[in-house]
Design a binder for this molecule. Structure first.
Ligand code: NDP
Ligand code: KAL
Length: 257
């Protein structure tokens, strides 16, 4: 797997800590020889990221700030990438957000603002980023996002985020059709529960981990490296015939009734 991404410029969005799924992806793509560009939102994430890169002896080609809730910030980030890097071959979209108080109780209580916020950051951002990256992906490439089973089924507490992920998965299909003619593939990885900053403090997370150990065919939880390797597959030519797909990396849990 060492040379799968040699010479490829790939943008990774969403490293907030060593536990981030995007950090597992960073490891896999780095081992495959990719040149990595990172985007972050909070200064705290920038500090974590630079420390992690240092610790693991990974050199970033570029690190730029990008708040996906803000069109100007997206345009600025991608024009900096265009100016400093030129052509890119891939984007890893690993960002999501909903108000904590709406990730519990009844979905029927979701506020208009909370609904729109979750959609904006967790689903529309993939569209906005694809739009901004279009003229940098002149040699074709691959866009990969992260989703969860709550898009397909009702999972307690996931609520407004489940509806945002359903919108994200539908966007993957529509974007796959649009971008296919430019040689760009668009896919999603649907990961099982992984303890990250996002998962911290949300109700019902530990129960979900237990459920996988008990019911999933592989009887164990997945980790960031497994999601990283599946994302590497989507980034590489090994998946050249696949687009518009949602691939479950969840120990097989989704097949169990
Ligand atoms: P993390 O908390 O590590 O990452 C979430 C990231 O979202 C952070 O880097 C955060 O950046 C970023 N983010 C939030 N709002 C914005 C914004 N407005 N602009 C730019 N970036 C933003 O959690 P995960 O690694 O768990 O989450 C990554 C993805 O994986 C998400 O899409 C999540 O839904 C998905 N997923 C997670 C699962 C899990 O069990 N953990 C399971 C299945 C899917 P910052 O902190 O700088 O704001
Ligand atoms: C059924 C599950 C249990 C948990 C329910 C909801 C999880 C929603 C994920 C969503 C991304 C979490 C947040 O938006 C948290 C946010 O309100 C507060 N946290 C933060 O601001 C931190 C500091 C930053 C880094 O986080 C973000 N996101 O910016 C779902 C479980 C089993 C699987 C998970 C966790 C899925 C998923 O999508 O993450």
């Amino acid at each position: 797997m060492t040379n799968l991404l040699e010479g490829k410029n790939i943008v990774i969005m969403g490293v907030a800590s060593e536990r981030s799924i995007a950090w597992g992806i960073t490891s896999s793509l780095h081992k495959a020889g990719a040149n990595l560009i990172f985007t972050y939102r909070q200064d705290r994430s920038y500090k974590k990221l630079t420390k992690l890169l240092d610790k693991h002896d990974i050199t970033a080609k570029l690190i730029v700030s990008c708040d996906v809730a803000n069109d100007e910030s997206i345009t600025e980030a991608f024009s900096t990438i265009k100016e400093k890097i030129g052509t890119i071959h891939g984007i890893v979209h690993s960002v999501a957000f909903a108000n904590r108080e709406e990730l519990q109780g009844e979905y029927a209580d979701t506020s208009r603002d909370g609904f729109l916020l979750a959609q904006e950051i967790s689903a529309y951002s993939l569209v906005a980023v694809t739009k901004a990256a279009k003229d940098l992906m002149t040699e074709g490439g691959s866009i990969v996002t992260q989703t969860y089973l709550g898009a397909e089924r009702v999972i307690p507490n996931y609520n407004v985020m489940g509806v945002a992920k359903a919108s994200l998965e539908a966007s993957v299909r529509y974007l796959a059709e649009d971008m296919g003619k430019y040689g760009v593939r668009v896919n999603a990885v649907s990961a099982g529960p992984i303890r990250t900053l996002s998962a911290k403090g949300v109700s019902g997370f530990n129960e979900k981990l237990g459920m996988i150990e008990e019911k999933a065919p592989l009887r164990k939880n997945v980790d960031q490296d497994q999601v990283g390797d599946a994302t590497l597959f989507f980034m590489s030519e090994l998946s050249r015939g696949i687009t518009g797909e949602v691939l479950h990396v969840d120990s097989g849990y989704h097949i169990i009734g």
